[in-house]
Design a protein around this ligand. Structure first.
Ligand SMILES: [Mg+2]
Length: 220
């Protein structure tokens, strides 16, 4: 049985971390200071190093960003141009296999959906966070999703109850954790954009680009 191909978004589908990009855009517009941007990156690093939990790291970054719904337009426009090279050159492959391609991300559906729509992936195949907007129009993470908290990815993938084998393709340790917790059968480390220490070591396969996944999938 052909596998479900579950893709991470940040640094996998695109070659950038969307919240970092958003911070840079808000700084360019004068809405954030260079100190704020450095602070956001520092919190991202603390999260990746396990010094603070993911839920806390996400909340702290959104507190600094003070994101408004209009900011998403610029972000989405830029993300369209930041799709990973090998993914961009294989759009046709995505379109013809979209019935078993899903996204899992701790990013937000509001900016992921317009980007992956061009790859034939519709919102009902995206497992991601969503924004809630407060009375001042500032975006916060909707807390109901397990993805807003630590260890969210394995939980939402398990809850999707896939009946086929599941391959998770991503650049991060949290992607590997989906397999570690039994919600995926294979972890394929995607290293076209970033090769993180400790991630490639635990992968079933290390992919340099999408063509290597296409080859593995053809033989599955
Ligand atoms: Mg990633």
């Amino acid at each position: 049985m052909k596998p479900i191909l579950l893709f991470d978004f940040d640094s996998t589908i695109t070659n950038v971390e969307a919240l970092d990009l958003l911070g840079e855009q808000l700084a360019a517009n004068g809405r954030l200071t260079a100190h704020d941007v450095a602070q956001i990156k520092h919190i991202t690093d603390q999260g990746m190093a396990g010094e603070i939990g993911f839920g806390q790291s996400l909340e702290k970054r959104l507190d600094i960003l003070k994101l408004q719904v209009v900011d998403l337009q610029d972000l989405i426009a830029t993300l369209h141009h930041r799709v990973s090279e090998s993914i961009d050159r294989n759009k046709t492959w995505f379109l013809s296999h979209s019935d078993r391609i899903w996204i899992v991300s701790s990013g937000f559906k509001e900016f992921i959906a317009p980007v992956v729509h061009r790859l034939g992936i519709e919102p009902d195949r995206i497992l991601a966070n969503e924004f809630v907007w407060d009375s001042r129009g500032i975006g916060h993470v909707a807390k109901a999703s397990p993805l807003a908290h630590d260890q969210g990815k394995p939980k939402v993938v398990a809850a999707a109850n896939f009946t086929q084998p599941v391959w998770i393709i991503g650049d991060g340790y949290t992607d590997y954790e989906i397999k570690l917790h039994g919600a995926a059968d294979k972890f394929l480390a995607f290293t076209e954009n970033v090769r993180r220490p400790g991630v490639a070591d635990v992968a079933d396969h290390v992919l340099l680009n999408l063509e290597e996944l296409i080859e593995l999938d053809r033989n599955a």
